[in-house]
Design a protein around this ligand. Structure first.
Ligand SMILES: N[C@@H](CCC(=O)N[C@@H](CS)C(=O)NCC(=O)O)C(=O)O
Length: 125
């Protein structure tokens, strides 16, 4: 399975990226004040990702749909990011959302479905 997705990423990467661009959903429209609040909240989030990972793409599309600006870190080619991810969750698995709570506690959320559910729960309404 791991090899399959690696192959998929390499062979279909450019097509997947084009598909992502073409199918990018319309973003949720908020008032400027609401959007500013959302932008302030998403500053505490970071998405660790591979650019051509289909699961990361699903999360990025959801971010676009919810009009979320979330910092993205390449955990595929950037050794520093990759090491940080492995240190936190034990493997270089993506997508992974790093959530820094107001208390300073840092949570790492793995799995595209769990990440999308978290984003929807926090920002969909
Ligand atoms: N069920 C997971 C699958 C994620 C997944 O398989 N990601 C691949 C990249 S496409 C990965 O992290 N591969 C590296 C590894 O497993 O070590 C999800 O929905 O997030």
């Amino acid at each position: 399975m791991k090899i399959f997705f690696k192959w998929l990423r390499i062979a279909l990467g450019p097509f997947l990226l084009l598909w992502e661009l073409i199918t990018r959903p319309q973003g949720l429209v908020r008032t400027p004040a609401q959007q500013a609040l959302v932008d302030a909240s998403t500053r505490s989030l970071v998405l660790y990702q591979f650019k051509t990972c289909p699961f990361c793409m699903k999360v990025r599309q959801e971010m676009a749909r919810l009009s979320l600006t979330i910092a993205k870190r390449d955990a595929q080619h950037d050794e520093k990011n990759r090491s940080a991810l492995i240190a936190a969750v034990g493997k270089p698995k993506v997508p992974c959302l790093q959530i820094t709570h107001d208390s300073g506690k840092v949570e790492w959320l793995l799995d595209s479905k769990a990440i999308m559910a978290y984003l929807q729960g926090r920002f969909a309404s």
